[in-house]
Design a protein around this ligand. Sequence first.
Ligand code: FES
Ligand code: FES
Length: 150
Amino acid sequence: MSESTRRLRYAGETRTVTADDKAALIDVVYVALGVRSSARACGNGRCGSCRLLLEGEPVKACELAWADVPDGARLESYETLKRDPAVKLAVAEFTRERPTRCRMCIGALAVTARSLAGRELTGEVLDAALVDVTCMCTGRGSLRRALERR
Ligand code: FES
Ligand code: FES
C-alpha cells in the first residue's frame, strides 16, 4: 500500500489529508472531512450519489483515486453549499415534489445545481449535467425538473 499527503480546500479551510493512493475520493473525504451529503452507493460510476465538485467541476468521487486528486484542490459538497441560492432553490424544488423519499441523491443535486449556476439551462445542458446521475427512488426526471425550475 502506498500513501500520499495532499491539501484540500474545504469549508473555508485548508486541510492536510493522508490516504491510500488507491482509495476513492468519496471514501477519503468521508473519513477525513466528514462528508456525508454525497456518498458511495453503486460504487461503479452509474448512480452519481458520490458526486462532488472539485475545482468547480463535478466528479464521480467513487471512481477518482486519491493519487489523481490535485494538491490544493478546492472541494465542495452540499455541506458547504447550503447557502448557495441555486442550490437552495433546486433542493427546495426537489423536496416539494418528492418530500418523503430517501434523499440519497440530494448531494449530487446540490453540486450539480452549483455547477450550472449562471448558465443558460437548455435541454442539452441539463442532459449533459445529469449524465450518470439519477435519483434511485424516482428517476432522473425529478432531478431535472428541480434544476430547470430555477
Ligand atoms: S457511487 Fe459513484 S456513481 Fe454510484
Ligand atoms: S430520493 Fe432516494 S435517491 Fe433520490
